[in-house]
Design a protein around this ligand. Sequence first.
Ligand code: SAM
Length: 226
Amino acid sequence: MSGMMNVTGSKGKSRYDGPRRRMVETVADNGVKDLRVLHALDTIPRHLLVPEALWDQAYKNTSIPIGENQTISQPEIVAAMSEALELKGDELVLEVGTGSGYQAAVLSRLADRVISIERIPKLAAKARSALDRLGVTNVVVHLGDGSQGRPNDGPFDAIIVTAGGPEIPKPLLEQLAPGGRLVGPFGPREAQSLIRIRRTGDGEFKKEVLGKCRFVDLIGQHGWGG
Ligand code: SAM
């Protein structure tokens, strides 16, 4: 194995292995139980998804600025939302809000294919490079208004929205496959509810409130307006 690149994009052990392990323990202590999700967090070098000046903060259980007034979400919320999607490994997933690419990298380990949409060109380009550096090949990043989804690429087995919108975008509900789950933050700007929608086999939508959260704005036709 000598000389081979590992998933951290570097050779051998990294000084971040310990902090990453402790981050995963914190996430587990705070209630995330899905071992596939915890393992995914344990294999993804979060520091490579944030600006280099902030690498030493990368394994704290906090959100971190990534430029363009946007953030990489808190590891605990990334894990909780991933768990709520109930992925088994064979799904097609849509992510709205690529940001740093971290959530997409986590999903890449949990599902078959991920389509991720980002509205800010610089972030979409940076996320693509970071995902390439991590060797992630089953994530496609598109530039655009994710509140409209990607009707030609669906239906999706799971949809995750990682920016806060006033309400659940209708096009996303329409693009959810029967049996599929949609998870995202919706409600007033200051305090959203983390919502899960299940589309039943007979086309009904069942809603659950999973908790409270606060995300940056979902901006777009079915968000807070562009
Ligand atoms: N999932 C990201 C990660 O792992 O780093 C964090 C997402 S950050 C909290 C929210 C992202 O959603 C921002 O990058 C923002 O530009 C993006 N966004 C907001 N509205 C959007 C829209 N309508 N379509 C696509 N991306 C959007």
